[in-house]
Structure formats: C-alpha cells, structure tokens
Design a binder for this molecule. Structure first.
Ligand code: FMN
Ligand code: SF4
Length: 504
C-alpha cells in the first residue's frame, strides 16, 4: 500500500472512555431513526469483506461466525460486506443476484439477531462491479490479447521496410522497450499491458456498458427485494470506491448520453437506481447508500460535488448517507503479473484506509471535516437524512465530539471493530479500559488484498487451542476474535442493555 513520504508516527487519540453514567448520557448511545428502522445506538460497523463465502457466493458457517462475533458487541447497526447483485462469479464474496442465495442470507440475519439479543439492526451492501482482468505477461498480452490495428501494423512496419505479417508485428511489439510502448500503444492498451484490462463506464461502444443505465436499476431492485425476503432491515447501495456506481458519480465520467459530464447527469443513475429500488421494496424498508466525500484522485470529484450529491440523494429519499473516501483504481499500484489491480494501493487507497505512519494530518478522523461539509449542505437544504461518518475513528472521545459538534449523526468504525468487536459494548458498560485498540498498520487489509481470510494481528494468534475454534487453512490463525465477558465488578453487564432502558 502507498504511504505518505513523511511517515510520521501518530499516537492514537485518547480513548476518553466513559463511566456507566456518562455512557447513559452519551449521544453515541442514543437511538436514531433511519427511515423505517430505529437503531438503538448511533454505533455502526461498516461493510468489511472477510473472504469467507463459498466460491459460488453462498453464506458459510464461517460467514455466520464472523457476523455473529460483531453482533455480540451489540452495535446499533452492522452492514454486511459488499454483496454482488449479478449472476457473475466473484470468488468467495457473498452474492444476492438470484433467489437461491436468500436462504443462506436468512440464516445470517437470524444469527445476528440472536447474537445481539435483537439489539443490532442489519443492512447489506449491494454492489455492482465491472470486469477486471489479471495483469498479463507481456508474451500473453502481445501474443493473444492485444487487438492489432493498422496503427500498430504501420508503427512496426515503418523502419523495417515493407509489410509484416501479424505474428511478426506481435513479436516486434513484444520486443520493444517500455519507452516505445508508451509512444505506440493507446493509453487503454498501455493500461491493459501494465495493470490488466479493466472496463470503464465510459466504454459506451460496448453494448453492455452503454446499457448499464437501463439494466442497473432493475438489478439493484431485485437484489433489494431478496434482502427484504431474507429479513434484513435495509440495504446500503454501494456508490463508493472503485465500483460501477461510484464511476457514474465520478468527475472522470464523460459519458454523453445524459449519464455523465455535469454533476446533474452524474447523479442521475444513482437516483434512478434508488427510485426503482424504492418502487420494489416500498417505504417501510430502509434504503441508504455509501458514497465518497472525495475521490482523492487527479481530476476526481471534490467535496463540493459530494455536497451536491448528498442533497440530491437525500431529496430523492435515501434513508441514510454513509461517507467514505478514496479507494480508486485510477492511482492503484501496478499489480504483479497474474494479479489484478487493487483499488486500495495508491494515495486514494491511503485516504480510504490510512495507516499510523502518515502525513502531518495523521490517519485519525480524516473523513470528518469533508463529511461535516456534506452534512451542512444537506441540512441547509432542509433535509434531516442521517449521515454516517467512518474513517480512522477508534475512541469514545472522537465519536462523541463528532456527534456533539453536529458533524455527523452516526459514527462507525471498521478496523477498530475488527480489532475489538466488543468495543462499543465495553464503552457502553463503562469498561472502556478493556478495549483492544487498533494499531492502524493494515495487516488485515494486506490479507484482504491477497484474497485471504481477514483476521486481526491483535488476536489471531491468541488461544489457538480454544475448543471448537476455527483456524485458517494453515492452522496458524484463529478466524474470529476471542470471547469477552463483561466484568461484574463495575455493576454493569450486558443485562443492563436488555432491561427496559433509554436504549430501546
Ligand atoms: C478488510 C476490509 C474489508 C473492507 N471491505 C469493504 C466493503 O466490502 N465495502 C466497503 O464499502 N468498504 C470496505 N472496507 C472499507 C471500510 O468499510 C472502511 O471504510 C475503511 O476501513 C476505513 O474505516 P476505518 O478507519 O474505520 O477502518 C473494507 C475495509 C477493510 C479493512
Ligand atoms: S490488523 Fe491491524 S489495522 Fe487491522 S484491525 Fe487489527 S490492529 Fe487494526
């Protein structure tokens, strides 16, 4: 992963853990309404892909254990990982593009209900992504993949006196220097050679890309109907990072069919998707989205664009807006031959999941001020849509300060929740000193990048001999965090949450 050259090591923000009485008064532990769904608290675990589904995208016992473990920390909401809405294979990522996936997803909902004693509301993130291929070897690329055009034939034939057959042209291109490739290949072919071929939403010469605005609303809507059938409280439409819907919102989207160019046109499809989803699931099912406060790439959408999108999406009836940042393909690191590009490896990836060795600003709460700007724009438009902020948040102090200053309405954490799935509960019960604090080194993210089962370095080697605990295939890592039982000494255990209380 790219890291800022300054490499300044930042200390974690003070925990500021509350006593039970302070937690009783804390905004973070107060309820909030998201459309038809009431969260018991404003705590949130955002989507995190754990690589535990079957190759066909079905829920497994490991998926159940993963979400059940987060649910034991009783956050206000958990968003299930990016789940594919189409009938296309995507490795061990969850899928929801057909009715056959509903039964497994129903088990998942029931697991979370049980493990959280009904305290945690469950959403599922719905994703569409375009084709991306592995980086080819130059031999494969020039021998098989490159479409030979007259431009290439001429470029090679010139200087060699006379026409060459296609296989000689391919061989000549293969033998050229990197500088010559830069001069001769089109930018797209150069990208395909160096990073692997990737479809863009602007490839409108391809029918399936041209027709995305006609196809996606129905695909998202059918997936949302299945989510409802499975018992989820709602869906989060994935309009963030490097995927199809984010690419429509992107300032780099130059489509000329009314779905690209101006901000008005770029937000058209995201609004049309919402409209179709809403038509099919009704008003009593929560529908929100995750999108970017900033793309953090050259020429990408800015926070001003995001403020505009926020107002449009809220006006169109989103029940919540969850803000992330960066995470794009455009500045991703070159993958090794045989690997696919990964959108969290460049500077925009750093903005999405910043690490502890950082620039002057540091990794903590980097997304808070841009989110505050969007929050302000949405409120100025007279809209009350709840706004979720995520990114480098790992303490009670940070969360409470964000809520008190009105910069967001819900505060979530991905890596801190992975480091300690009980951290919300510990803080709520006045036992915050027991929180296992995330180191922000991105060991977990490295596993994700290698498509390995995600775990945390702080607990994956602990108590490996625990009865019935599942280990990784090499037997070296446990797959879920060790259990935690609230201490009785504080006089406040999780039973406290189940008695009639202001949390309900
Ligand atoms: C292992 C891992 C998997 C992730 N998977 C997703 C995902 O499926 N969808 C998504 O929108 N974000 C995903 N993210 C990004 C997180 O939701 C979050 O935005 C990011 O980690 C920054 O928040 P944090 O600082 O609280 O970790 C993932 C992050 C990690 C570490
Ligand atoms: S592996 Fe590192 S960055 Fe990831 S959750 Fe654990 S401590 Fe945090």
């Amino acid at each position: 992963m790219w890291k800022p050259p300054e490499r300044i090591k930042h200390a974690p923000p003070p925990g500021g853990w509350p006593t039970v009485e302070e937690a009783d008064r804390a905004l973070w532990f107060r309820p909030i309404q998201l459309g038809s769904t009431r969260l018991a608290q404003r705590t949130w675990v955002p989507a995190m892909v754990p690589w535990r589904a079957t190759e066909e995208g079905f829920v497994t016992s490991e998926v159940l254990a993963w979400y059940g473990r987060f649910a034991r920390g009783k956050p206000g909401a958990i968003v299930v990982e990016a789940t594919g809405i189409r009938e296309v294979p995507s490795g061990p990522l969850l899928r929801i593009g057909h009715d056959r996936f509903v039964a497994g997803l129903r088990d998942l909902v029931e697991t979370v209900r049980r493990a959280s004693d009904g305290q945690t509301r469950l959403f599922i993130q719905l994703i569409d992504f375009l084709n991306i291929r592995r980086r080819p070897s130059p031999e494969k690329f020039f021998g098989r993949y490159l479409q030979l055009t007259d431009r290439y034939r001429q470029a090679v034939s010139e200087g060699r006196g006379g026409e060459l057959c296609d296989s000689d042209v391919r061989q000549a291109l293969l033998e050229m220097s990197a500088e010559d490739h830069e001069k001769i290949l089109t930018p797209r072919d150069l990208e395909a050679l160096r990073y692997g071929y990737r479809e863009w939403v602007t490839d409108v010469e391809k029918e399936h890309i041209r027709r995305l605005p006609q196809q996606l609303p129905e695909l998202f809507a059918s997936a949302a109907v299945r989510a409802r059938q499975a018992g989820f409280d709602g869906v989060e439409l994935h309009y963030a990072h490097a995927y199809t819907m984010a690419s429509f919102l992107s300032a780099l989207n130059t489509r000329q069919d009314g779905y690209g160019g101006s901000r008005e046109n770029r937000v058209r499809l995201p609004v049309e998707v919402l409209a179709r989803v809403r038509e099919k699931v009704g008003d009593d099912f929560t529908v929100g989205c995750r999108y970017l406060s900033e793309e953090c790439i050259a020429g990408g959408s800015t926070v001003e664009d995001a403020a505009y999108f926020g107002v449009e999406l809220a006006t169109a009836g989103m029940d919540f807006l969850s803000l992330s940042r960066g995470g794009k393909f455009e500045d991703a690191k070159q993958p090794r031959v045989g690997w696919t590009a990964y959108p969290y490896t460049g500077p925009s990836g750093y903005e999405c999941m910043p690490v502890v060795r950082s620039d002057v600003q540091g990794p903590f709460g980097r997304n808070v001020e841009p989110t505050a700007r969007i929050h302000q724009a949405v409120r100025a438009a007279g809209l009350a849509t709840p706004i979720v902020v995520i990114g480098g948040i790992c303490s009670f102090t940070q969360a409470e300060e964000i809520l008190r200053s009105g910069k967001a309405d819900i505060v979530g954490a991905a890596r801190q929740s992975l480091a300690d799935p009980d951290w919300f509960l510990k803080a709520r019960l006045g036992q915050g000193e027991a929180v296992r604090r995330c180191l922000f080194t991105n060991y977990c993210e490295g596993l994700d990048q290698m498509h390995k089962k995600v775990t945390c370095q702080l607990w994956d080697r602990l108590e490996l001999d625990e009865a019935e605990i599942k280990l990784s295939a090499d037997g070296r890592r446990r797959l879920i965090a060790p259990s935690w039982t609230p201490s009785k000494e504080s006089g406040c255990t999780s039973d406290h949450l189940e008695s009639p209380s202001p949390l309900k």
